[in-house]
Design a protein around this ligand. Structure first.
Ligand code: DON
Length: 329
């Protein structure tokens, strides 16, 4: 898995916007790190990194862009893409919906119309998605997930064993959701194995740079721009981006679509991965979260980048070609 290094740091308008945005939000210490998983509470709260990876292989970074943290719920988007690829859209839709839940990520609820989880970005839907992969890959499920995410990042990823153990020791709510899913027929087979894979996928270590590259892989319709490896199926990418757009930041998803306007997925480890279709991926890392579970500085960074670089999908300040499209040509 070769990765072309093409790091741009100075004398470039995008690099300046990234550096300025980092400087503007560096001193914001509002929010609190997640502590419902004990090992998440030991992160360094002041860490703050931003990375942008373009579909033509350029990388822009600021701050702690190479500091590792656990991917947590950002994994849900990529595992959903994998599940779509493995069994196809119809089989996935039979088990998990695509409607925003308007509720917290770990809510114990199904869509009353279908008796299925609302969407793959909340825990119930994500455990279902991991269950779909498990129905195909069995005991090889986690290795398959790790391989896919590594290909998307363009480097071999690994797990944070301490976070995994902590998550497994305290994950009773997720186990309860797993058993309810099994009872409802949304997952088959061993609940323990499926939930264990879910805990492991959440414990994969990434950096903001990795998230930017993973986002760029989706932006580049499934091909990693740095390694040029085809990672995801085109149709699966389209469906994944749609769900990231409507459900990727939990009960903040409406405000996110309004103010940022790009598909994204957040995680309680402090990461956010955003996708500007056909243009770039954005990764941010800052562990202090707002009350909805999204990174405070991450949200602020995305709002600024969207405004300054014209990233919002419905931005009409330019005629269909954003600032970025012009700059990365
Ligand atoms: O299910 C959990 O509790 C976590 N492992 C993942 C949660 C997460 O990141 C939700 N996020 N915002």
């Amino acid at each position: 898995m070769e990765r072309a290094e093409n790091v741009v740091r100075v004398n470039d308008p995008i690099a300046n916007v990234v550096a300025d945005t980092h400087a503007r939000h560096r001193s914001n210490d509002s929010g609190a790190v997640a502590d419902y998983i004990p090992q998440l509470a030991v992160v360094e709260p002041d860490r703050f990194g931003i990375a942008i990876a373009t579909v033509n292989g350029r990388l822009y970074t600021a701050g702690d862009a190479d500091h590792p943290f656990t991917i947590q719920s950002v994994s849900k988007a990529f595992v959903y893409c994998l599940a779509l690829e493995l069994v196809g859209r119809e089989a996935v839709l039979e088990r998990v919906g695509v409607e925003p839940s308007g509720d917290v990520f770990n809510a114990i609820e199904f869509d009353p119309r279908t008796n299925r989880p609302y969407n793959p970005m909340v825990n119930a839907g994500a455990i279902t998605t991991t269950g779909i992969v498990h129905s195909v890959a069995g005991s090889g499920t986690f290795d398959l997930i790790l391989d896919k995410l590594s290909l998307a990042a363009g480097r071999r990823l690994e797990i944070d064993e301490a976070v995994y153990r902590s998550e497994s020791e305290t994950g009773h709510r997720n186990r309860a959701i797993g058993h309810l899913l099994r009872n409802a027929g949304a997952i088959d087979g061993s609940v323990d194995e499926i939930v264990d894979c879910y805990f492991r996928q959440c414990s994969i270590l990434v950096t903001a740079t990795d998230l930017a590259r993973m986002g760029a892989t989706l932006a580049h319709i499934g091909t990693n721009p740095a390694t040029e490896e085809q990672v995801f199926d085109v149709q699966a990418v389209r469906n994944t981006l749609a769900v990231m757009f409507t459900c990727g930041t939990y009960d903040f998803s409406g405000s996110w679509a309004y103010d940022v306007g790009v598909p994204a997925k957040s995680g309680v480890g402090g990461g956010i991965c955003g996708v500007v279709n056909r243009q770039l991926g954005i990764g941010t890392f800052s562990p202090r979260l707002d009350r909805m579970g999204n990174s405070v500085r991450g949200v602020a960074t995305f709002i600024d980048l969207a405004n300054e670089l014209g990233l919002h999908v419905f931005d009409c300040s330019n005629t269909g070609s954003s600032v970025i499209r012009t700059l990365i040509r």
